[in-house]
Design a protein around this ligand. Sequence first.
Ligand SMILES: CC(C)(COP(=O)(O)OP(=O)(O)OC[C@H]1O[C@@H](n2cnc3c(N)ncnc32)[C@H](O)[C@@H]1OP(=O)(O)O)[C@@H](O)C(=O)NCCC(=O)NCCS
Length: 223
Amino acid sequence: MLVTRRLLGGRHDRTLTAAVGCGPCPGSRPVRRKSLVWLRRAVGLCLVPFPVSLPDCLDAAPWQLRAITDADWPIEQALSSDPEVIRWTMYPPYMDGERSRERIGRARQRAEERISQRYVISQGAGCGVGTAGIAIGEFDLPEVFYALLPQGRGRGAATVAAVVLSDWALSLGLAPVLLFTMIGNTTSEAVAARAGFTCAGRNVLDHRGQPSAMRRWTRTQTN
Ligand SMILES: CC(C)(COP(=O)(O)OP(=O)(O)OC[C@H]1O[C@@H](n2cnc3c(N)ncnc32)[C@H](O)[C@@H]1OP(=O)(O)O)[C@@H](O)C(=O)NCCC(=O)NCCS
């Protein structure tokens, strides 16, 4: 496990980047490539889980992150209908209540398997303004992600969520922590930079069935 987690910093980096995809060869048509996580699931290979259970709550003052529950399906549904979320994230678009609850059910299952945890971001007893999470991602490294509803934007919630989630993984010695942004998502790039991530290169990953150029960001130590 530790060996695979060092891959990005070592000589295997180039090999892996090539496997995930570095863009089309000149003159060739873009080739659709699936992520390594997708490929491993498809052939029945297990992901390496986090070494401990993922926390149910994280303090991200002035915000709190709490593990998503069945009751949170309205925020899941609202996010899936937001144009920016549809454009820049993996959220399935326009989920109804049933599909939102199913998606949360899968998230709860993966939390039990210690593969990922998704959280609702809120302040006190207030309504959730978005979701964030951490998962075992590409190359068996932890990866953070986030999405906010319009009313949650411009308030620092995504930045602090990215900080506390990556701090948690780094505190376990899991480094680097990854974050992927689609090329053009400048607001998310700003979140990554504010949260202490640095741009470490590009990957072409699958996004809704199409190859999509992504910036790969890494964070290796707490501030
Ligand atoms: C990407 C996304 C989460 C960024 O949201 P955001 O509100 O810009 O990010 P933050 O929550 O970190 O807030 C930062 C903003 O709040 C301001 N802010 C206020 N208080 C702050 C604080 N305590 N800390 C940091 N920023 C603060 C910042 O100045 C910044 O505003 P600015 O962009 O006008 O400079 C949001 O646009 C979104 O959900 N987009 C659609 C989904 C998406 O792209 N997800 C990411 C996929 S990789």
